[in-house]
Design a protein around this ligand. Structure first.
Ligand code: VGL
Ligand code: ZN
Length: 198
């Protein structure tokens, strides 16, 4: 058994004061740092959008943040502008121990497709490369933590289970956005996919 800790999007933009702040998002940082030494590998993901990204409400005339639109790949929640490449908002939380990371996987760089999952863009087809990295490292078991539980952690956990990994989400080291029942739906979907929620 080879285990990796996958730390999802623990970035300034998703913490209080950020552009898409998850309530209490920064509270999980010390606990995540403390968990790192228990794993063979630590991987960080980073939401990394170009300005004008299609997931931003500001890119769609007449739309507001949290409206939902139909994209070629399915429904897409529109967000405030967030985590724009190279900005302070996109940086990891300043207290996250990024030095321990074997790799940083960036996602959401394709202007026309959002990417919640660490494994695939929201078209559920375009890979990020993380699966290949984990396989060549011999990783079998994944523990996911980070932000936000009902979006990027959820999509990453479900994809990981579909790819055949043994997947655990440590909920105490996550926080949720909880938009229109998204948290309950995420928990149900993760359990149905075979993810262990602790
Ligand atoms: C996320 C919304 C938009 C996340 C990223 O990290 O959960 N949510 N981009
Ligand atoms: Zn994003």
């Amino acid at each position: 058994m080879t285990a990796a800790l996958i730390v999802i999007d623990v970035q300034t933009g998703f913490c209080p004061g950020g552009t898409l702040a998850v309530p209490d998002g920064d509270a999980i940082v010390p606990g995540i740092n403390a968990r790192m030494d228990a794993f063979d590998h630590v991987i960080l993901t980073q939401d990394w959008h170009p300005a004008g990204h299609s997931s931003f409400a500001s890119s769609h005339a007449g739309k507001s943040p949290y409206d939902v639109i139909e994209m070629p790949y399915g429904p897409q929640v529109l967000w405030p502008d967030h985590c724009i490449q190279g900005t302070a908002d996109a940086a990891f939380h300043r207290n996250l121990n990024a030095d321990r990371a074997r790799a940083i996987v960036r996602k959401g760089m394709n202007r026309s497709v959002d990417s919640y999952s660490a494994f695939f863009e929201n078209d559920h087809a375009t890979p990020t490369g993380l699966d290949g990295l984990l396989r060549t490292l011999g990783v079998t078991d994944l523990t996911l933590v980070g932000l936000a539980l009902d979006f990027c952690v959820n999509f990453s956990a479900v994809d990981a289970a579909k790819l055949g990994y043994v997947v655990t989400v440590e909920q105490a080291l996550t926080r949720a956005i909880d938009l229109g029942g998204s948290l309950d739906a995420a928990r149900t979907g993760m359990v149905a996919a075979g993810v262990t929620l602790v």
